[in-house]
Write a protein that binds this ligand. Structure first.
Ligand SMILES: [Fe+2]
Length: 296
């Protein structure tokens, strides 16, 4: 008899080198039901140009494999890249979903970016808001949402069969863990999230959301719960909550604001849509001066 974790979906990773982001297409090989997780829209900050070259590789893969995309899933409202979810939905169908915690993230950034009455912080930009324990099966492959707060309050992980998509919680074992200093972030909460993920079967495949090639090695995306518990440089068996929180606090105080946080968050709290065009037909991002980051 199959249990949830004995069913193995196919997982195809796509790496977005400019932002170190891993996007995944996860599918039930039998029914070809599929989900896309954390798709990236190309964006050039200097020119303000968006592009779909990276997203088109996902579209081509789904077409070649004749996949039926049921879901376009975000692990959270990313601060380092713009989501290609609306573009993928227009090409492949599927419902755009994120964790319910997006309501808090929207309220926070509505204030930070001075967004007006035309931005409603009610999650309505997304097709579905997901809560811990929600089922998102792909054909015969059971899918489950696991709330994963800590890096952000809207973070979720997705478990499809034996494949766990951890978002920004832990990275590869030699990459450690995600920062917790964004509004709504909390290192103690991240520690408890990681313990919940580490309680899954040791052989669970773990797919990370980012890899920054520590030590100059090739980008990697896949590990296991066992390997994380044994060797994650920030949070492995035997590391206490107090020491993790202290490590994170010290480290986060040294980190720069992500390059693309200003455009990314403004798009991603709109489910990846650009701000509504102004009277001239052009969309604009806003830059809040002397609000984010540390004083110079
Ligand atoms: Fe993130």
């Amino acid at each position: 008899m199959n249990t949830d974790t004995q069913l193995k979906p196919s997982v195809t990773p796509f790496f977005h080198a400019p932002t170190g982001t891993w996007t995944y297409v996860v599918a039930d090989p039998a029914s070809r039901a599929a989900a896309v997780i954390d798709p990236v829209l190309d964006y050039d900050w200097r020119s303000g140009r968006t592009g779909t070259k990276s997203a088109d590789a996902l579209v081509a893969h789904c077409a070649n494999e004749r996949l039926e995309v049921a879901w376009i899933l975000e692990t959270h409202a990313h601060a380092d890249h713009l989501s290609a979810a609306p573009y993928l939905k227009s090409r492949l169908g599927g419902r755009i979903a994120i964790g319910r915690g997006i309501l808090q993230v929207q309220a926070t950034f509505k204030r930070i970016f001075g967004l007006g009455a035309d931005f409603t912080a009610d999650g309505s930009q997304f097709d579905v808001l997901l809560a811990d324990g929600d089922r998102i099966d792909l054909g015969a492959v059971p899918g489950r949402v696991i709330a994963a707060p800590g890096h952000t309050s809207d973070s979720v992980a997705y478990l499809f069969g034996d494949a766990l998509f951890v978002g920004d919680t832990v990275f590869m074992p030699d990459g450690g863990s995600a920062r917790c200093d964004f509004p709504g972030g909390d290192a103690a909460e991240l520690y408890r999230t990681v313990q919940r993920l580490y309680a899954l079967p040791a052989e669970t495949r773990v797919f990370v959301c980012h890899d920054y090639s520590p030590g100059g090695r090739e980008p990697r995306c896949e590990t296991t719960v066992a390997a994380q518990r044994e060797g994650n440089i920030h949070v492995r068996d035997g590391v206490s909550e107090a020491s993790f929180v202290e490590m994170r606090r010290t480290r986060d105080a040294t980190l720069d604001v992500p390059n693309l946080i200003i455009p990314s968050v403004q798009a991603n709290i709109r489910a990846g849509r650009l701000p509504p065009p102004e009277a001239d037909g052009v969309s604009y991002f806003k830059v809040p001066l002397n609000v984010l980051g540390r004083p110079l």
